[in-house]
Design a protein around this ligand. Structure first.
Ligand code: GCU
Length: 330
């Protein structure tokens, strides 16, 4: 009998010692990270990469659990939750975040950059850093920028020119600036959550929407809206944000961990950019294979589109106006 008891007790004792002494294997802080994209999307894969590096570099003391597929809510609701610390980290589209932090809207202007390299010169440079610092004023911490390519229009019916946008109902993110742009094209905007776009297209509540290639494919919009007008009106980066509550918990645990987390985020951003470039190519190929019709506006048409959106630029004054001219000079 004694023998049996010892046999049962010793492993239990060892297990509990193990738990207490090797604290580096038991997380002392668990953070929840939200993303509204699926598990195999570049941003969520980069989030997992971020989580793994944080875990490794804090000796397992911080564990980040990534919730893909909007499991913690759509972006607008996540933004509310992160402000009171209900969610610790999230990746946001700039379209959502600039509703809370208006200065970020300058990066959301239509036809702002010449190309992707131009955008990354801005984000990786002084302007990008200043804007990340600005986020701190809203009791949030900006960790890094992610690539989300360029957004173009797509529709259930052909769009071959700016004129074809007239009279159409186009879904936009829950963003006033986006709605304003649609109205300038004499179209009607409908602000809808990302998850509702597919059914709105299918039920013909909207004629079209606008997004980047990977989202267009991943959310299967291409099956119901096969006509793409590749005008690349927005080049909206995405940002990984951390709540003030999470930041304080990290600082209490070990002040050095905050810098570690920031470094890991920057590394995950470089990884995401690589994944993004591959995802864009694959999504474009998939659209072509599925028989989607892609119309690329020529230079004159692009200039026309840019001119139509001029009134949005004119609304920006003061510091924002200065920022826009600095961006143009990059
Ligand atoms: C992109 C972005 C999402 C966003 C979506 C939208 O796909 O990655 O975060 O929600 O655009 O148009 O709402």
């Amino acid at each position: 009998m004694k023998k049996i008891l010892l046999f049962l007790i010793i492993p239990l004792f060892l297990f509990s010692c193990n738990k207490n002494t090797t604290s580096n294997q038991v997380p002392r802080l668990i953070l929840r990270y939200a993303d509204n994209q699926p598990k195999d999307y570049p941003t969520t894969k980069a989030a997992e990469y971020f989580a793994a590096s944080v875990e490794e570099r804090t000796d397992g003391q911080i564990s980040i659990k990534v919730y893909p597929d909007a499991q913690l809510g759509e972006e607008k609701s996540v933004l509310e939750q992160i402000q009171f610390g209900g969610i610790d980290c999230s990746r946001f589209s700039l379209g959502t975040l600039s509703e809370l932090i208006p200065i970020l809207s300058v990066l959301q202007l239509p036809y702002l950059y010449n190309d992707s390299e131009h955008m990354w010169r801005v984000l990786d440079g002084k302007i990008g850093n200043e804007l990340i610092e600005e986020i701190e004023k809203y009791d949030l911490t900006g960790l890094c920028w992610f690539d989300a390519g360029a957004r173009s229009f797509y529709s259930r019916v052909p769009i071959n020119s700016t004129k074809d946008l007239e009279g159409k109902t186009i879904r936009v993110q829950e963003s006033e600036l986006m709605s304003q742009m649609i109205e300038l094209f004499n179209a009607t905007s409908l602000q809808l959550a990302y998850d509702d776009v597919y059914s709105a297209l299918k039920m013909e509540i909207i004629d079209g929407a606008e997004n980047n290639f990977p989202s267009y494919i991943s959310k299967e919009h291409y099956q119901v809206a096969p006509y793409i007008f590749l005008d690349e009106h927005f080049r909206l980066p995405e940002i990984v944000i951390m709540s003030k509550v999470a930041k304080e918990k990290i600082l209490n645990l070990n002040p050095e961990f905050l810098d570690i987390i920031k470094d890991c985020a920057i590394e995950s951003s470089l990884y995401e950019r690589k994944l993004w470039a591959e995802a864009e190519i694959n999504a474009e190929l998939k659209a072509a294979e599925a028989g989607c019709v892609i119309t690329i506006p020529d230079y004159d048409e692009r200039m026309k589109l840019r001119m139509i959106t001029n009134p949005i630029y004119e609304k920006f004054t003061g510091r924002e106006k200065v920022l826009i001219s600095e961006i143009n000079m990059q």
